[in-house]
Each structure stands twice: as structure tokens, then as C-alpha cells.
Design a protein around this ligand. Sequence first.
Ligand SMILES: [Zn+2]
Length: 268
Amino acid sequence: MPELPEVETVRAGLERLLAGSVIRRARARRADLRTGIPDLRRLDGRRVAGVRRRAKYLLIDTDGPTILNHLGMTGRWHEPAGGSPGLHDHVILELADGRSLAFNDARRFGVFEFCRADGGHDALDRLGPEPLSAAFAGGVLRAAAARHRRAPIKAVIMDQAVVVGVGNIYAAESLFRAGISPALAAGRVRGERLDRLAAEIRAVLAEAIAKGGSTIDDYRQVNGLSGLFQNSFAVYGRDGQPCSACGTAIRVRAIGGRSSFWCPRCQR
Ligand SMILES: [Zn+2]
């Protein structure tokens, strides 16, 4: 499933392909994905101003409506070969310059909707701060750990009301770098260690964005290339393999229903 670095990489690719372009004709080839697709004729003739990201949502601004798009499990954007849509190309944007862009989503957990006239959307209303913004300052994790003292620290950093966009992969990698066991109760992690964790979350996300994200299953950049950060994983998906720092076998167990990978020696 794409996480923040993958969505940010797609955002940058879409921005390059779409910003300044006029949509000649927008059409959906089915009525719904995870939610219903609205009447896309509202986009016909509209110029794209730019592409933003909030959490794992892409926001495509036009001089008419703003598109709210979520990649779900398998969503990806691409330019269809020969301009004609292929299997699972559910939304087609035909541009005035003759190019086409398609939103492809084999498993259809994605979302393609419009924001409200005020620019908001129910899905965006209760989100925490962006991890790479100044709003994710030192105090955010300290306050969250105090509110959720008994919860595993990994569940706290994956709570989208605390901080957005830290999914299973990047939670595991940032906890490894911070030397904190994912199962440790948040209330037992001292303040300085929480500050270190916040810094490692920012660092691991920034590195992953620089490498075009991580390709585990279906994720591709808009240009069709895979991400490269999966080659830098210290713990995620490495159960049974030696820790790169100490040689101890990486372990895996379920925390909050998600597979959690950690080094029992480096992470306490
Ligand atoms: Zn280790």
C-alpha cells in the first residue's frame, strides 16, 4: 500500500505532467471505486493549477473543482500507451494538448471525488499535522504519548490524528533508527527518546521521498519506474535476517493487527 513517500512521489510526477494543462474531457469508465465517482464533466475545459498532498490524499487544483484522489491499495497514474485506456484505467483525463492521463486501480480501494466548494473534505477534517512540516514539532509526540500511555508506541505514531502519513513500513524503520521497541507502551518512552523518534520519522520519510518511495507490490511512479527505498530497509520485511547493526535476527509479531518488525537487541 502506498505510504506518504510514495504518494509524495506521485504528486511530484503529476504536478510535472498536469500543472498548467487544460482538461479537454474527463470521464469515468465505472460508477465507483471505494466510493462513488462524481460527474466528471465538471472538469471539462478546466485548467490545472497544481497538485498538492495532504496525508495520503492527492489534491488536484483546477480553476473549477479540486479533485480529491487516494491511491488506496493499487492506485496509480500513468499515460496510457497510444492514448487508449487499458484494463483497470477507471478515470481518463484527456488534455487539450492531445495527451491523456489515466487513473488505474486494479483493486478499487482508491478514491476519486471532488472537494467541497470551501476546499475542504470530510476525509481531511480530523487529520493530525504533516510530519515534514513545522507543525510536527517536538511536543506533538510527547503530548500524544501522555494521552495514550498504554498504547504501543508504534500504534501512536501510526494514528492519523497524531501525525499523518506514517504507515507500517516507515513506522518500523523510524522506530529502529530511534532504538525503541514497537511494542513499548507510549507512556514508558521518555521525552528525549520521543523527540529523537520524531526526528527519525522526518529523516526516514525525507530519505524515502528522495529515493522515489518503496516498491513492495504494485506501486509505481507516474513515469512507470519503481521506487528504490525498499533496498534501504533495516527491519521491514526482514524477519529472520541478521540486523545490520548487531547481527541479531530481526523478529516479527502483530501489533494492532499489523506485522511489526524489530531488532530485539537494538530496540528497547
Ligand atoms: Zn540490532
